[in-house]
Design a protein around this ligand. Sequence first.
Ligand SMILES: [Fe+2]
Length: 252
Amino acid sequence: MKLKLQPISLIETSMSKNRKSLKLVKSTSGLSTKDDKKVYEMAVRSILKTLDLKDNYTYGHSLRVAQNCLILADHMNMDDEQMYDLELSALFHDIGKIGIPDRILSKPHRLSDDEFEVMKRHPEMSYEILKDFEGFEQIALNARHHHERYDGRGYPDKLSGNQIPLFSRIILLADTFDAITSSRVYRDGMSVDIAYSEIMENAGTQFDPLLAKAFVKAMKRRHSTKEDKTFITLIDDFKEFEYKIGDEEEAA
Ligand SMILES: [Fe+2]
């Protein structure tokens, strides 16, 4: 399979560094650019609302993953355009879970091997949902590859190293961090220190080693400063779903 790994540009930035000045390059509706962006972002929110109604946990997870991706992106000094594309890629990475039956998606116990095989189809479903949305070609690929492993033993396409889109490698880190630290009905979330150890133990096998190191550094810096800055621009009620860093310390 031939993959387009070059990032595409959905948006262009004005001379200002204000992210609110981002505007779409592509127009599908003939509306003015400003109206296009408004309609486009309403569509984004509507699709995410569908995910929220299907599975509130996955919706909250997607918001936290987006926020943690952007913490790393900020640490890496990504520009506004890249951060916007990363935010969209992270918000939509698990959208394919809409296609997973509830009995598997919401099962309060460990999945059987057969159930896990069904669950593993969600990145391809994310890709199928997104790929025909004009301008979302790279975002669809970023979602498709968010469970690839750096050593090539992931899925669905067994890509390795830099074959895996950069944003997919970042999403996997933020995804793993949230999966370890967030609570489910059947278990409490683990501490951020356990998440950091798990990520560093798997740097170079599951994770891109340089990105893993940078992610842990960026998250620790955020943790130590208890900074309360939201990078997400597309969802107004993000705070409701934000992982409260430091909760486990306060509870102890
Ligand atoms: Fe996933």
